[in-house]
Design a protein around this ligand. Structure first.
Ligand code: FDA
Length: 306
């Protein structure tokens, strides 16, 4: 109930104005978001790299409804990639992109524009020697994201994508993407989805996650295990079997279970942190609150005590 309310609020302009205008929101937001500008993102990347973690950076933004803003997002990724290169982090940090931030929701030719914009980001990433992973948004966009992935991979075979275990289709998508050279970031899924397409019970989502992990770990691609769930992490390590440590990786979100992130990295695994930055933090922040009632309590406490 709380989760659906928060996820509905994540899409509401009224709720957005309210949350953004509350000055006390900031300390809670700062736990999950590295800062509003590229300088902050580079600083946070440096700190993570310094203790052995790797990074994927997300220039925050989604549901862009005008072409200029989509262009500005592409330019922001260009600047970010060049700054990562200059700072010497391009071999430890890649970028994550939401297609809705680069134009997919535009009324006319949205998907085509998003594909071209994603191509521009991929070219910039290739120029500095790093990679791009496509985030996955709500289920109405899954086919479109996988179509764009296929197109991009013709020129940039290293492009990866996220799959969401809560969707009933995902086990089959994992089979389709378990081929050599493929990079799949498997997560549970963060949007509000109907029962017709998505498992609703946490236990069913977890079972699906394990089935998907089995397919990816048995395949020839590069599995990216994106979860904070200790059970999923232990099962993934077990299923990895004889895969070399550089044959798969673990991933977590910035600000969540940082000590566990360090422990996994110190054990010799690749541990990549998803690091969001920018001023369009609202949707991302609300999905993080929805994942965990304790975060809402933390947020409410800060409203009362600050
Ligand atoms: P689960 O939610 O069951 O949590 C397991 C445990 O982890 C909790 O008991 C708690 O200890 C800890 N935890 C989880 N969330 C927490 C939080 N917000 N705050 C504090 N502790 C928390 N989703 C999506 O739909 N599309 C996408 O593209 C991506 N991309 C993505 C990239 C990466 C690298 C990660 C790690 C996650 C995503 N996600 C995502 C989000 C994902 O779908 C999911 O919502 C969260 O990762 C939470 O699910 P867990 O697997 O962590 O398990």
């Amino acid at each position: 109930m709380l989760r659906s309310t928060l996820l509905a609020a994540a899409r509401s302009t009224g709720a957005r104005k309210l949350v953004e205008s509350t000055p006390f929101t900031r300390p809670v937001v700062d736990r999950f978001i590295a800062g509003e500008d590229v300088d902050a993102a580079i600083r946070a990347t440096g700190a993570l790299v310094a203790d052995g973690r790797t990074v994927t950076l997300d220039h925050l933004g989604e549901d862009t409804l005008d072409a200029e803003q989509a262009d500005a997002t592409v330019a922001a990724y260009g600047e970010l990639l060049s700054r990562l290169d200059t700072a010497g982090y391009a071999d430890r940090a890649e970028v994550s992109v939401k297609l809705s931030a680069v134009g997919r929701s535009l009324a006319e030719d949205g998907e085509k524009i998003a594909l071209e914009n994603a191509r521009r980001i991929c070219s910039a990433a290739e120029a500095v020697g790093t990679t791009v992973t496509l985030d996955m948004e709500d289920h109405t966009t899954t086919d479109s994201t996988l179509d764009v992935l296929r197109e991009l991979r013709v020129d940039f075979p290293w492009v990866g994508a996220v799959l969401q275990a809560y969707l009933k289709r995902t086990e089959q998508d994992c089979r389709d993407l378990a081929h050599a050279g493929s990079r799949v970031r498997l997560c549970k899924g963060a949007y509000q989805e109907p029962a017709s397409v998505a498992f609703q019970d946490k236990a069913d989502v977890d079972l699906s996650y394990v089935r998907c992990l089995k397919v990816l770990m048995a395949g020839e691609g590069y599995p990216m295990v994106a979860s904070h769930d200790p059970r999923m992490i232990a099962i993934a390590a077990d299923l990895a079997g004889t895969r070399p440590l550089d044959g798969y990786e673990f991933q977590m979100l910035y600000g969540i279970r940082p000590e566990e992130q360090k422990r996994i990295a110190a054990a010799g695994n690749t541990m990549r942190v998803y690091l969001p930055y920018g001023d369009e933090w609202y949707g991302y922040f609300m999905r993080r609150l929805a994942e965990r009632p304790a975060n809402v309590a933390f947020f409410l406490r800060s409203l009362v005590t600050t």
